[in-house]
Ligand binder design. Structure first.
Ligand code: PLP
Length: 415
């Protein structure tokens, strides 16, 4: 038995939480599933599933254009969800644009605000640990308009090189694109400080909160972000829905992203005028069941108590990290103080993919590879990592299964 240098388990009732998440209760390869791929997507609790079923059983109709009762109910449900989702991160409903997720939200900003405001000779600042979704759209924009993309390196532990960030900012900077929490390493960046530095340089700031929403407090106003983007499915909600949270004055000034129904004011043969935001950015039939499911997921998380959730996750991550490290022959990748959710590592002498495959045989679901962060992997000089990502329903017992499975894989692959 390995000694654990970390504190005893918290009193948080993770077993009760697990009981309400059906997908966790199944076997994989003849073993009870231990789901540690929450960075890719979380499993859904019963109240979220029930909310989506109720929508289809009782409320389904197209929104915004019907006088009939069901259409009004669906519209009310969608707009109530917009209020709820906005309130979760501290913004008004009119600052919430629903998108397919983080990826679409970044692309929306790059191709509307970006195309209007970034010119040849301007600079965009991104970070080396960015997910491709918050890297490639800026690289493409820079290429298209002749702007320069400046990439700020991270240190060995995964924290941002603050001096390099300060040095990258100048009067030429139009926008900085930051990650709130790194999906590959779990680093929590000091986004409020970094945004303030961007503003001091006269730039706007977009913060990618895909990995933050479920794991750290998010207050978009306190962070000061001009744009904040997130996906529901990484925070216990449905796939295919997420949001762009943006300052109302920016949304007002930005041109539409797509054209069609629901986003217009008036259409004549000669010309078209557009609806006010957020509708201006939501062309076509929206993903209503996703929207109400997203609100239900955030309600569920708040119902558990966000502080208690984060403390529980911290306990499990610290416990798992200490136990894994104690195996020996393990390289932890990303050790920044205050990191959350993510345990990225390499087994000396083994390829991450082989480790992942052997863990799967033991019922343990982890992710292997570059985690859509290839510039970071190249920067750190690793081929990729094995990544276990923890969520509210994971326990120390899950960590024990992970560590035992890694020890077995190590014995098989390294001898
Ligand atoms: N940003 C980060 C930090 C992520 O982890 C992810 C998904 O893994 C994304 C963006 C893209 O999110 P989505 O695929 O939901 O659009």
């Amino acid at each position: 038995m390995l000694a654990s240098p970390v504190s005893p388990p918290s009193t948080f009732d993770a077993e009760a939480v697990r009981a309400s998440v059906p997908a966790l209760h199944q076997s994989v390869n003849g073993r009870p599933l231990v789901y540690l791929d929450n960075g890719a997507t979380t499993q859904k609790p019963r109240p979220v599933i029930d909310r989506i079923v109720r929508y289809y059983e009782r409320e389904n109709a197209n929104v915004h254009r019907g006088v009939h009762r069901l259409s009004q109910d669906a519209t009310d449900a969608m707009e109530a969800a917009r209020e709820r989702v906005g309130a979760f991160v501290g913004v008004d409903a009119r600052e919430v644009v629903f998108t397919r997720g983080t990826t679409e939200a970044v692309n929306l900003v790059a191709s509307t605000w970006g195309r209007e405001n970034v010119r040849s000779g301007d600079e965009l600042v991104v970070t080396m640990d960015a997910h491709h979704a918050n890297f490639v759209p800026w690289q493409m924009l820079a290429e298209a308009v002749g702007a320069r993309l400046r990439v700020v390196p991270v240190r060995e532990d995964g924290s941002l090189d603050r001096d390099a960030y300060a040095a990258a900012l100048s009067s030429k900077t139009r926008l900085v694109a930051l990650g709130h929490v790194s999906n590959a390493l779990g680093t929590v960046h000091p986004v409020a400080d970094l945004v303030a530095m961007a503003h001091d340089a006269g730039a706007l700031a977009l913060v990618d909160g895909a990995q933050a929403l479920a794991h750290v407090p998010v207050d978009v106003r306190a962070i000061g972000a001009d744009f904040y983007v997130a996906s529901a499915h990484k925070a216990y909600g449905p796939m295919g829905i997420g949001a762009l949270f943006a300052r109302a004055d920016l949304l007002e000034a930005m041109p539409p992203y797509q054209f069609g129904g629901d986003m217009i004011d008036e259409v004549t043969v000669e010309r078209t005028t557009f609806a006010a935001p957020p509708s201006k950015f939501e062309a076509g039939t929206p993903h209503v069941e996703g929207i109400v499911g997203m609100a239900a997921a955030l309600d569920w998380l708040d119902g558990l108590g966000r502080d208690a959730v984060f403390a529980h996750e911290h306990d499990v991550l610290a416990y798992a990290t200490a136990r894994l490290d104690a195996l020996g022959g393990i390289r932890l990748v990303g050790t920044a103080p205050g990191k959350v959710s993510v345990l990225s590592f390499l087994v000396d002498g083994a390829h991450p993919y082989d480790v992942g495959a052997l863990l799967d045989q033991q019922g343990v679901a982890v992710r292997t590879g570059n985690h859509c962060a290839q510039p970071l992997m190249t920067h750190l000089g690793v081929p990729g990592t094995v990544r276990a990502t923890f969520a509210v329903y994971n326990t120390r017992a899950d960590a024990d299964v992970l560590v035992a499975a890694v020890a077995k894989a190590q014995a098989m692959l390294v001898g």
